[in-house]
Design a protein around this ligand. Sequence first.
Ligand code: C5P
Length: 348
Amino acid sequence: MSTPDPAEFAVDRRRATATAQGKVNLYLAVGARRPDGYHDLVTVFQAVDLTETVTATVTGHCTDPADAVTGVSLSAQDVAGTPTGIPSGTDNLAVRGALAVLRNYHRSVPGARLPRLSLDIIKGVPVAGGMAGGSADAAAAMVATREILHGQGAAEAGYSLAPRPSDAELRELAAPLGADVPFCLLGGTALGSGTGAELVPVMSRGVRHWAFAIDRQGLSTPEVFARLDRQREDTPGKDRPVAGGSGGGVTVVQRALLTANSTELAAALSNDLQPAALSLRPELRRTLTLAREAGALAAVVSGSGPTVAMLCSHADHAVDVATAVSAAGHSGPTLVARSSPHGARLVP
Ligand code: C5P
């Protein structure tokens, strides 16, 4: 395809903002370590209304995707605190999300004008907390970048020369960025298999209410998986290769999700990464005990931790549980949230 002369187009000063939600794993069964270092797993993700917001602003133009993201700035939104230790270059997941969409466009129309983007992130999901905050940044950045390339004003600005990637195509582009990124695009409640990137939406009735006990010091996901491997090596026979995604605990969770009352779901919550997270951060045992004493229906480590997710029966109950956990001496912040039907989406 011949590409138009970039000089034909007006200066583009557009910006696009998108949000994506954090998540909790209602169920997480981890299989054996694969040759690529990942683990096959079966999980039920649920999005919650803790939100990451990414704004992509066009600051100029280029033709090489390597030059296309000029910077990333961060701000905290709430008690999750001031984000620290978040990479600002191409290791940042928002940058990687934007670049994945720009590179995909560049593959379709090599040599075409590309926007140079600056990214601003407002964080509402605890950092390194097992709630997919970084993955949500990637998802929101992908949606915002797609809008810059294919949304209103894109053709006038010299873009839109290739078809707009569908939501399913964005999820495919997202999988190499991280196992949780496709879910952060999809949102709602979904069954994940493979590394977590193969998704099927799951019916969930009603709204679930959560309180979260945050640990100011995050946990590294690779370290938690590595600790699980070591624990399994030390206790042979405990390895549980994951079969398919049907049967056993995951079916119990799916059935419980059809009941608006959360008591059944509380009994079904489970996370194979919890023993590894507890081994790396023994203080989490106390947080789990505090959560139960505070009257949570159930408490479980969220994903690779260290956030502890406490399922509650209604919104006021979640506030009561969060308050009681804080009053009992939990050292980090607490948050309340509801389940969210949303994935990554544009802010109009
Ligand atoms: O995909 P993501 O970058 O979020 O994963 C972080 C790390 O977690 C991986 O490098 C891997 O060590 C571990 N992981 C895994 N199996 C999965 C998902 C993540 O071993 N299914």
